[in-house]
Design a protein around this ligand. Sequence first.
Ligand code: CTP
Ligand code: CA
Length: 232
Amino acid sequence: AQFDSRPKPLAGRKIIVTSGPTHEPIDPVRYLANRSSGKQGHSLAAALAKLGAEVHLVSGPVAIADPAGVATVHVETARQMQAAVESLLPADAAVFVAAVADWRTAGSAEEKIKKVAGEGPPALQMVENPDILAGVGHHAKRPYLVVGFAAETQDILKNAAAKLSKKGADFIVANDVSQDSGIGPGGVMGGDRNRVRIVSKSGVEEWPELSKEAVAARLAELIAERLKTTVV
Ligand code: CTP
Ligand code: CA
């Protein structure tokens, strides 16, 4: 391999990244999930590794490859993702890009649920999943830097600001996933482009529409900048 002479501002830093959706089983053949390709989270993990970080990626089920130079743990459910993330603490930073299913069914059926003539569809009983980001944001071993994402379809800034304090994050990367976000082709979810705003206590920074790789590279630089002032 060619000698990589780029500066490594994140050398010696351990960073956890979550990516992809979670799958919550309904029965052995069905699940409940969010839309997420994992592209943004996986590119961020790769970008942080390029800056020298020891990156631990906790990924839900995705169709894309594990990023090079990153330690990847594969999980299915929100509860598995939470256990994997917490077992990786302590860390210098944690970035929560995953689209975690907010609910799971109260108990997954052991056998495939069958259609029964005349009975109609089954009523799914749901319970709330743990909030992985909020758990880490308020954890005794809280990383120095905790970053969340917020996919919104309306009131983006107001919702992102509320999540900032509720979850104990240092900043929230807010993106508009509504159909009329103007990002194409395919929109933000599943597509290759993203337009984000960085919401923190000190205000809002608007970034232009970029490829998900470019958003990842810029975010990695921002994280490196924020970690620069802390002692390794
Ligand atoms: N998140 C998490 N665990 C959950 C839900 C969300 O870690 N159970 C994280 C996401 O990875 C993201 C941030 O929290 O970084 C915001 O996720 P989002 O779905 O936008 O927020 P929620 O708090 O779930 O609120 P809602 O879906 O009602 O907007
Ligand atoms: Ca949610």
